[in-house]
Design a protein around this ligand. Structure first.
Ligand SMILES: Cc1cc2nc3c(=O)[nH]c(=O)nc-3n(C[C@H](O)[C@H](O)[C@H](O)COP(=O)(O)OP(=O)(O)OC[C@H]3O[C@@H](n4cnc5c(N)ncnc54)[C@H](O)[C@@H]3O)c2cc1C
Length: 522
């Protein structure tokens, strides 16, 4: 049972867990207090449909975690605590309405041959890009893993200038500012190749015409080609179970089912947290809040006017809906049997369709044809479902957090309790078109609407899976706000961490690990 700690952490998302583990390893006594019954936040696995079928509630792709600086340091320890990965050599593909498909596999010859079917010139471009990736990667990953302080950024610019010269550095800067459409249409001639890569922007909130989004189709394409994808054995939860076990083994406390109601601060110091059950937990050195920026203001009762305004004005991205399916067998993809061997099948036929979907969600409308990411983890990991059966992880992008209407004029409901079913049917119609007979294979299903996401994890405001838009005005030095990209707040020993803080969303444990290293000096 908890009484006093060096650091008290709010929420058991993977960022706070990463921070807690690093602090414990450096001798701090840590206590993590999670509101939900299960640790993990957006990374958890459960039998949401039928016993024996293990579904990743939100995140499925653990490549960012496996490639993270945190994993580099703590991988062996986590493996001893049960972490297991499943490598995937066919990471992603797109299926198109005309019965064709294109996909990226770690075998370069396979990928190139598929692209060559669409455009010989694009296949050549792909090959050249893959060759050049080794030279680009240190700059891009260096930037994405850097502390976001002016001094660190200046050092990054200096290093880039030295390695690439002025023209090369300006080209890199221009690329970082480009929209996915600018980059993709200037680089590839086949609209299908453009769409296949553009779909990665939609995993964040980089629709085709959003400035600053070119990086993600590029990086995910190149990383998929070079490394494939990494899944969690038995479910993404494996990384959380291992982190919690490692923290406890080092003497830390992780309690679940205990929402934090208040952060106590006096005379410029955070002293304690108060749980919803009334307990007060003292923090000798730090309170670390893995919450949304708005929630930080609510929990603390306000810290300083300018900071509170910045946190309150923090912009969230449109939401996501998930449909978890327990299936008799994998979808029979009309475009070809080969699609059964891909981790993600994107149903995002063109840049225009993605741009329209995003715009509709931004305007509060249920998109007429949502983008679908169909995840097939059980194709690689038989432990996810009873023998011969499968789970399908269906991500429906985008969906408005607050519904103002329906772009198709069919769904009249404007609350998620009533709109989730008909909107899920619309998504299943898209899937059925691409995989005829899918509905007949469904043994069980569970829909998680944007409202249901937020109800379970308050950080997913309006179902925003990123905990805040990554658009340029809210990224890099500005995530979550100027002067606070290192998680600092106006109170010296109160810190914000999680997806809202640089380097942002995903399972890379970046903000939590950077913060813990800052607190202990290394
Ligand atoms: C549908 C979906 C799919 C995704 N897919 C992927 C993917 O495949 N790959 C990938 O890399 N990323 C993916 N992401 C993004 C990634 O999962 C998240 O960015 C990341 O997990 C966020 O981690 P976090 O540490 O910020 O906290 P979160 O995971 O958001 O956890 C925060 C925790 O804090 C708790 N909490 C909040 N307030 C309180 C309080 N007052 N008291 C106590 N506890 C509190 C919450 O209950 C929650 O458990 C996905 C996200 C979603 C939603």
């Amino acid at each position: 049972m908890a009484d006093g700690f060096d650091a008290v952490l709010i929420g058991a998302g993977h960022n706070t867990l990463a921070a807690a583990l690093h602090l414990s390893a450096r001798g701090w006594r840590v206590g993590v207090f999670e509101g939900a019954q299960q640790a993990g936040g957006a990374v958890k696995t459960g039998a949401y449909t039928i016993p024996g079928f293990h579904h990743d509630w939100a995140a499925m792709n653990l490549s960012l975690f496996a490639g993270s600086a945190f994993f580099k340091d703590y991988g062996p320890e986590l493996m001893r605590h049960g972490l297991e990965f499943v490598p995937v050599s066919h990471p992603f593909a797109s299926a198109f309405e005309d019965g064709t498909w294109c996909g990226v596999s770690t075998d370069l010859a396979q990928t190139t041959a598929r692209i060559a079917n669409l455009s010989a010139k694009d296949a050549e471009t792909w090959g050249a890009m893959v060759q050049g990736f080794g030279a680009q990667a240190p700059h891009l990953f260096g930037l994405l893993g850097a502390k976001m302080k002016l001094s660190a950024l200046a050092y990054f610019v200096f290093k880039t200038l030295r390695a690439k010269g002025l023209a090369g550095s300006l080209d890199l800067a221009r690329f970082l500012a480009q929209s996915p459409r600018q980059f993709l249409t200037q680089t590839f001639e086949s609209p299908k190749v453009q769409a296949m890569l553009g779909a990665w922007g939609m995993h964040l909130d980089f629709a085709p015409d959003v400035a600053g989004g070119a990086l993600f189709p590029y990086l995910e394409g190149m990383a998929g080609q070079a490394f494939g994808m990494v899944l969690g054995k038995g479910g993404a939860q494996t990384m959380i179970t291992a982190m919690v076990s490692a923290i406890r083994a080092r003497g830390g406390v992780v309690e679940t089912g205990v929402p934090v109601a208040r952060i106590v601060h006096e005379r410029g110091r955070a002293r304690a947290i108060v749980l919803a059950d009334g307990r007060r937990i003292e923090a000798a050195k730090a309170v670390i809040a893995g919450v949304s920026p708005r929630a930080l203001v609510q929990l603390s009762g306000g810290l300083a006017p300018a900071f509170d305004t910045a946190m309150t004005e923090f912009v969230h991205a449109p939401g996501t809906m998930m449909i978890h399916l327990a299936l008799d067998s994998l979808p029979d993809w009309a475009a070809g049997e080969a699609l059964k061997s891909f981790a993600y099948v994107h149903l995002a036929p063109s840049l225009d369709q993605m741009a329209r979907t995003y715009q509709q969600a931004m305007a509060g409308l249920l998109p007429d044809e949502p983008v679908i990411v169909a995840g097939q983890p059980s194709a690689f990991d038989a432990s996810r479902a009873p023998q011969g059966r499968h789970v399908l992880w269906v991500q429906v992008r985008m969906a408005p957090g607050t519904i103002k209407g329906d772009a198709k004029g069919e769904i009249t409901a404007t609350d998620w309790a009533s709109a989730a079913e008909p909107f899920a049917e619309r998504a299943l119609d898209v899937l059925e078109r691409h995989a005829p007979g899918l509905r007949a294979k469904i043994l069980g299903r569970c829909i998680v609407s944007p409202a249901a996401f937020e109800a379970e994890n308050p950080n997913l405001v309006g179902g925003d899976q990123l905990c805040g838009s990554h658009h340029l005005s809210q990224n890099f030095l500005f995530r979550p706000a100027r002067g606070h990209a290192d998680g600092s707040t106006p109170i010296a020993n109160l810190h914000l961490t999680g997806a809202a803080v640089w380097p942002g969303a995903g399972t890379g444990a970046g903000s939590g690990f950077l913060l813990a290293k800052k607190l202990v000096g290394h």
